[in-house]
Design a protein. Structure first.
Length: 136
């Protein structure tokens, strides 16, 4: 099993939110990295005072590709742990075959994948997930 963990934060947070998790896993011998999103690499107080307008243009594809590049540069595939929107990014990275394992903590819903059912007039685009009542 990998000894590298990559932590992926969600929206309205940044990599500093992982400091407690990072310390916990490092104390257990893991190499832990918590990279920031593009344009989101300053302290929370700096970001609140003067957010980079370019961050508003970063979408899910840019984030997935950003973490894809970081993962491919590592010496071994990491264990991925993502929270909220970072959990959604984690799921997409795992779908690309990146990471040896993943944990999505309270992941944000993926667009067009309805939670708790779907409108009966439309087929589910998420039938591959085994959604109850979805067409096979």
């Amino acid at each position: 099993m990998s000894k590298t963990i990559m932590l992926i934060h969600g929206a309205w947070l940044n990599a500093h939110c992982w400091e407690g998790f990072k310390a916990r896993y490092e104390a257990r011998g893991y190499n832990v990295i918590a990279p920031a999103w593009p344009f989101d690499d300053r302290s929370p107080s700096e970001l609140r005072a003067s957010p980079n307008p370019a961050l508003a243009q970063v979408g899910i594809n840019e984030l997935i590709n950003h973490y894809d590049r970081l993962i491919r540069a590592l010496p071994e595939p990491p264990i991925l742990i993502g929270h909220s929107f970072g959990g959604t990014v984690t799921q997409h990275l795992l779908d690309r075959g990146l990471g040896v394992a993943g944990v999505a903590i309270d992941p944000a819903p993926t667009p067009a994948c309805w939670l708790g059912g779907r409108p009966s007039s439309r087929p589910s685009p998420c039938s591959f997930l085994g959604e109850a009542g979805a067409a096979s």
